[in-house]
Write a protein that binds this ligand. Structure first.
Ligand code: SF4
Ligand code: SF4
Length: 181
């Protein structure tokens, strides 16, 4: 189908009315309130509940909370998580904690910030933080390893103290019958 081109009238061929109209719009915005943000000097304040990058957290005793159960790796839709378990030997010198991951990597280029890893984690060891500004100069830099994830996640002030309860329960069982709580 051939669409016939409309003929421009005299004023339209001059382009002056269109130029004047364009300048009017520019001038109107020039004196109005600025709504653009000067990023990165100005940072966006994320709303509560915002789901940013997932990082690993430590407990109050500075221990890695992750016990390498690999549930998050299994559930992650884009397969962004890769965990290397410690193996059958585990890490017996890590206090009362069963075991931790030998390596834990998240490919931030793959992550879709869905939050499934946080939802599924039985240890509350991984949290989606408010970080949305992830940059790197190459693809390899965007694969965050365990050290980086832990340093970004920091200490989690949880109220559960799971490993403390486990130690208390174990001590209570030594003095059978078990102390009633
Ligand atoms: S937020 Fe979603 S995509 Fe990202 S690592 Fe967790 S489960 Fe995977
Ligand atoms: S982060 Fe949580 S779900 Fe993932 S391996 Fe560690 S303990 Fe399991």
């Amino acid at each position: 189908m051939i669409v016939k081109r409309e003929k421009l009238n005299f004023w339209e061929r001059l382009y002056l009315p269109a130029l004047v109209g364009g300048f009017k719009v520019t001038l109107r915005h020039f004196f109005s309130k600025k709504i653009t943000m000067q990023y990165p000097e100005e940072k966006w304040v994320v709303p509560p509940g915002y789901r940013g990058a997932p990082y690993l957290v430590k407990d109050q005793e500075n221990r890695t909370k992750c016990v390498s159960c690999q549930l998050c790796e299994f559930v992650c839709p884009p397969k962004a998580i890769r965990i290397t378990p410690p193996g059958p030997a585990g890490t017996p010198d890590a206090g009362n904690v069963e075991k931790g991951p030998k390596e834990f990597e998240i490919n931030m280029l793959r992550c879709i910030f869905c939050g499934f890893c946080q939802e599924v984690c039985p240890e509350e060891a991984i949290f989606l933080m408010k970080d949305y500004s992830l940059t790197g100069t190459n693809r390899k830099e965007m694969i965050y390893n365990k050290e980086k994830l832990l340093s970004l996640g920091g200490i989690h002030q949880d109220k559960i103290h799971k490993w403390q309860h486990k130690a208390d329960e174990a001590r209570a069982q030594e003095n059978f019958p078990v102390k009633e709580i």
